[in-house]
Design a protein around this ligand. Sequence first.
Ligand SMILES: Cc1cc2nc3c(=O)[nH]c(=O)nc-3n(C[C@H](O)[C@H](O)[C@H](O)COP(=O)(O)OP(=O)(O)OC[C@H]3O[C@@H](n4cnc5c(N)ncnc54)[C@H](O)[C@@H]3O)c2cc1C
Length: 418
Amino acid sequence: MTMHHSIFVLTVLCGSGTWTYQEKDKSKINSIDMRFLRLLNGKTLMNKMMGDTGAMNGMAYCRGNAEDFNNWATLGNSGWSYKDLLLYFIKSEDNGDKEIVEHNPEYHGIGGYQRVERFRYQDLNAKIILEAGKQLGYKIVDVTGKDQLGTMIMQTITKDGQPKSTNSAFIQPIRNASLKSAKVAYAKKEVISSTGTVSSPKLLMLFGIGPADDLKKLGIKVVAASPVGKNVQDHVTFNGVSLQLNEKTATEKSFKSKQEDSELYLKTHTGPLSSTGAATLSLFTQTKYAEIDGAPDDQIYFISKSTADIDIFKVHSYYDTLLVYLFVLGSKSKGYLKLNKTDPIWGNPFIYPGTCKMGPKEDPGAVVDPRLKVYGVPGLRVVDAAIMPHNIRGNPHATIMAIAEKAADMIKEDWCHH
Ligand SMILES: Cc1cc2nc3c(=O)[nH]c(=O)nc-3n(C[C@H](O)[C@H](O)[C@H](O)COP(=O)(O)OP(=O)(O)OC[C@H]3O[C@@H](n4cnc5c(N)ncnc54)[C@H](O)[C@@H]3O)c2cc1C
């Protein structure tokens, strides 16, 4: 994401307020993201804030599995193997956890824009589950290092106990006042859509880049026929087993104690409110259906919840129940995303990457080439989760940063010699 200042590119990535998307088939939805965002009468809210999902996510720092990227390269995307991308994972990272860096120096970086650390406050139940995992034979690993199979208290994209979104990590340090007030901008060299896996295909289709028949039906002039929106993948999960905790392990507190915790957090960025409770722990495991050695096919995750509150995504610090969540990794089902006259329509399953798939020229499903340029439309690139040919095995935020870092280098290669 580091950008050479003399390059004139326009990146569409900002906004303020909220977009609302209506789900097409709610009964079949089982995506954690959609449930989190489904706040208003079954409508999905996408935030119009700088950084959007990257600014309101669970903060877990994970890179998926090396074989995910080796598969991208095998599909004809040269330059996208794990070895190629590791450079960019390291480049963006400012890892504040000495133990992790010293243990796996070849996998971690210091001095990048994105601070990575562990929450200062360690949740009691996360520690108990970690110990239980050890007793069951799960290795304690650094899931962003060589081995992903095992368990750990995850690192997070936070700085000194506060969330560090891509906006605050990458944009704010270089943001200048003239850009802040720009309402209309013109690009001399190229336009980059970094509007995320829903908005990037939506923008492309509104500009006439997409499935020709669908666009014609909506009266949109076809600029380039392209399989935009066809490769949608899900981060499939299920509602989880609910475990009631006893008084020794439940972390519910009196209102007064919560007030004291709030004051502590505001003053020092520590205490229970500086963490996401038991959700800081993940277990990456293989079921009997796993296909690749060393690559997990599920991620077990624990969501802390209070029985008094039906909303499972409120403050994670005080709870008397744990929901055991299981994310299916490497799932093969694909959905699609189309434009409606009013809002995008969703096919099922949905959310998550792939809506502007990266692939070689011969791939009929590819929307962008391995340099992230849109086929058939000179001067247009997509740089966000939408380009992933296949979802990765884990939380995707770090991978999206690596994609952006690599894109920044490709843009510099393309323009800096002129
Ligand atoms: C509830 C939730 C929890 C998550 N937890 C984790 C986690 O713990 N770890 C992890 O690794 N991943 C997590 N993720 C996933 C991760 O946050 C996203 O996959 C990632 O942030 C997507 O990055 P992106 O750059 O592709 O899109 P985004 O982060 O969505 O960025 C898109 C940008 O484009 C802007 N934009 C959109 N449309 C327009 C438009 N029309 N005009 C102008 N600007 C526009 C947005 O405002 C935003 O700035 C979570 C996601 C959700 C929803």
